[in-house]
Design a protein around this ligand. Structure first.
Ligand code: 0WD
Length: 256
């Protein structure tokens, strides 16, 4: 069961106890991983320290990283390199769009709003993969978080749906790039989960209701289920899988 014993894994995107990245953290900790965290904000940093403390999880390292800033990414991964030398996995659980772009008509999206969503939610994976692969000298696994709005029109998801489509295509192109170094890149497409980021999307409660009503399993998923699927991608159990998008959504995506 200690699938990640001795493995150094970087987790990006724990904002609070509801974050998908927190569910992932618990799964990886239970699998014996050494965990390194990156935070954007001081506020999240304090929350993370308390969360780790309350759950008796010891972080190997916590560094600050704003993915909108190349210098911040470089500094963060240099600090990680100095501390642990080698990493074996990276979890990217980061996205952002302006609230006004997560409702109404997609054609009303501003140029800046469109580029912001692409920058933080899609390009950031490209940028952190470039930094992380230098530390993955023993091979590795990179996992990001996407959503069904990449594949289909989901009401109000708008600019983020387009950013997630870009993220999923980036997963495939990155998988090809880094595959020759024994590094895999995959995505989890989770069903709706009530988190800080989800609050920004209009009509979120209706999405939860639709899954309960229509998904084969007739229930919503939670952070722990996404955590365990992420663990699968980070572990050797998935050694034959790369460039994949795995739906952890009670099967909702198969229903027409
Ligand atoms: O229903 C959901 N909640 C779903 C979320 C369904 C399917 C996918 N996802 C995705 C999200 O789109 C995102 O990619 O999962 C990922 C994680 O989202 P979450 O857990 O729902 O959201 P949240 O707990 O709000 O975490 C988002 C984090 C932020 O926390 P801080 O405290 O720093 O605001 O995104 C990060 C940040 O950690 N973030 C950034 N990190 C670094 N640099 C940046 C940035 N510029 N912007 C946002």
């Amino acid at each position: 069961t200690e699938l990640l014993k001795g493995k150094n894994i970087v987790v990006m995107g724990v904002a609070n106890e509801r974050s998908i990245a927190w569910g992932v953290t618990k799964s990886l900790h239970n699998a014996g991983a050494n965990l390194i965290f990156t935070n954007r904000q001081e506020r999240s940093h304090k929350k993370l320290i308390k969360l780790l403390d309350d759950n008796q999880i010891e972080a190997r390292q916590i560094v600050s990283c704003d993915v909108s800033d190349d210098a911040s990414i470089n500094t963060a991964f240099n600090e990680i390199k100095e501390e642990v030398g080698v990493i074996h996995g990276l979890v990217h659980a980061i996205a952002f769009a302006n609230r006004e772009d997560l409702k109404g008509e997609f054609s009303d999206t501003s140029r800046d709003g469109f580029l912001l969503a692409q920058n933080i939610s899609a390009f950031s994976l490209v940028a952190v993969t470039k930094a992380a692969k230098e530390l993955m000298t023993e091979g590795g696994s990179i996992v990001t978080q996407t959503y069904l709005g990449a594949e289909r029109v989901i009401p109000n998801y708008n600019v983020m749906g387009v950013a997630k489509a870009s993220l999923e295509a980036s997963v495939r192109y990155l998988a090809e790039d880094v595959g020759k170094h024994g590094i895999r890149v995959n995505a989890i497409s989770a069903g709706p989960i009530r988190t800080l980021a989800a609050k920004g999307v209009s009509g979120f409660n209706e999405k939860l209701g639709m899954v309960e009503e229509k998904a084969p399993l007739r229930r919503n998923v939670d952070q722990d289920q996404v955590g365990d699927a992420t663990l699968f991608f980070l572990s050797d159990l998935s050694r034959g899988v790369t460039g994949e998008v795995l739906h952890v959504d009670s099967g909702y995506h198969i229903i027409g």
